[in-house]
Ligand binder design. Structure first.
Ligand code: BMA
Length: 373
């Protein structure tokens, strides 16, 4: 019996090889294993802030309506993946940087888990060197200054304490911790955030990243997160890995890419996405990590058949676990169809293809269960 147990545990630990946190909760380990196993067959559709606000047919905003989501009013189903952002959790703010109450966020993450869906969390945090400045205010060499100044580092750790509290409070009624993807310090191949490429060296970025992850996982014992690493557009494998902190510090490999200047750039976008996906697929396979398009979208979806005409042909066999489109913020800034929006029919066509799924598709796959049994 003992022998069998040892064998089973060896097999299991080998099976989750690639996941960085050996102390991850059972549900979090299952999630990792299932994402690897499903590997994009089917792909999960995700939408940022889907349950928090959106647009009415006349493009005025709705905010905080219970059980409402734009994709749901188009298809009858909630997205499979929902994105959230913790920006402003650093302070005593009740709402995040886009006005979403943190309490509501917490509740929606649990509701999504109960529904069998997945939540992913980014963090547009302010600047620890000067907390009045946002992610987009580029104080010179913030990371270097935080790493070399114990006072600033203390500020940053106090912010991570708040993030840990938030994550460790994601519990269902039985007290089970809800697994989520945490995706910090994103789009770092670009330079629009203070942690971006022009504002720190690769070594500084990596050190800052590993300090962050070690603090969350080891010091704070946040065992219900998978860590997402996501660049912005990258030139090649070398560029993708230039600031990669190593296989012990990231669970999911992804990138963010937006389609701009459509329809003129349709071909160009497809070609670029195709190249990046084929490189990501190799990286995922080499490192045994699930892969994803962690953010994408065409603002205002000005191409009515964008979903099946531009996106789907490129992603269909890419092996990505999910793609997440950005938020339906206001009349000129939206990325998912809402009732009356011109790409709605085409979006439904994409879901009909079964290559991309919403709420029902992800629920059937029981991503938090050990599906071997
Ligand atoms: C950006 C825009 C901003 C928003 C930020 C963080 O892409 O949507 O309006 O504040 O993301 O969600």
């Amino acid at each position: 019996m003992k022998y069998i147990l040892v064998l089973v545990s060896v097999f299991c630990s080998e099976f989750v090889l690639g996941q960085i946190n050996p102390n991850a909760t059972k549900e979090t380990q299952n999630l990792y294993r299932n994402l690897l196993e499903i590997s994009g067959k089917p792909i999960f559709f995700g939408h940022q802030d889907a349950l928090s606000y959106g647009l009415n047919p006349d493009k005025s905003r709705w905010v905080g309506d219970k059980n409402r989501a734009d994709v749901q009013s188009v298809t009858g189903e909630y997205p499979a993946v929902i994105g959230y952002d913790l920006g402003r959790l650093e302070f005593d703010s009740l709402n995040n940087l886009d006005g979403v109450p943190f309490d509501e966020m917490r509740r929606n993450i649990v509701v999504t888990y109960k529904r069998g869906g997945l939540s992913t969390i980014s963090w547009h945090l302010n600047n620890p060197v000067n907390p009045l400045k946002t992610s987009w205010d580029k104080e010179e060499f913030t990371i270097r200054r935080v790493l070399s100044n114990p006072e600033k580092l203390k500020v940053y750790y106090s912010w991570l304490d708040r993030v840990s509290d938030f994550l460790l409070n994601l519990k269902d009624k039985d007290g089970t911790l809800v697994p989520v993807i945490f995706r910090p310090l994103h789009e770092h191949t670009g330079s629009w955030f203070w942690w971006g490429a022009d504002h720190c060296t690769p070594d500084e970025y990596k050190e800052f990243w590993s300090l962050t992850i070690n603090y969350l996982l080891k010091t704070k014992g946040v065992n219900n997160i998978l860590i997402g690493y996501s660049t912005d557009v990258f030139r090649d494998k070398r560029h993708y890995l230039e600031r990669y902190p190593g296989n012990d510090f990231a669970d999911i490999l992804g990138f963010d890419i937006y389609h701009r200047n459509a329809p003129e750039s349709n071909q160009q976008f497809s070609a670029q996405l195709k190249r990046m996906l084929s490189e990501l697929k190799l990286l995922g396979a080499e490192n045994r990590k699930p892969i994803a398009i962690t953010e994408t979208g065409l603002e205002q979806i000005v191409v009515a058949d964008w979903w099946t005409g531009v996106l789907l042909p490129v992603i269909a066999d890419s092996g990505i676990s999910y793609f997440l489109v950005w938020r339906n913020g206001y009349d000129k800034h939206y990325y998912a169809p809402f009732s009356g929006q011109a790409s709605g029919e085409d979006f439904k066509k994409m879901i009909k293809s079964k290559k991309v799924v919403l709420e029902k598709g992800i629920r059937q796959l029981s991503i938090y269960r050990n599906r071997e049994n």
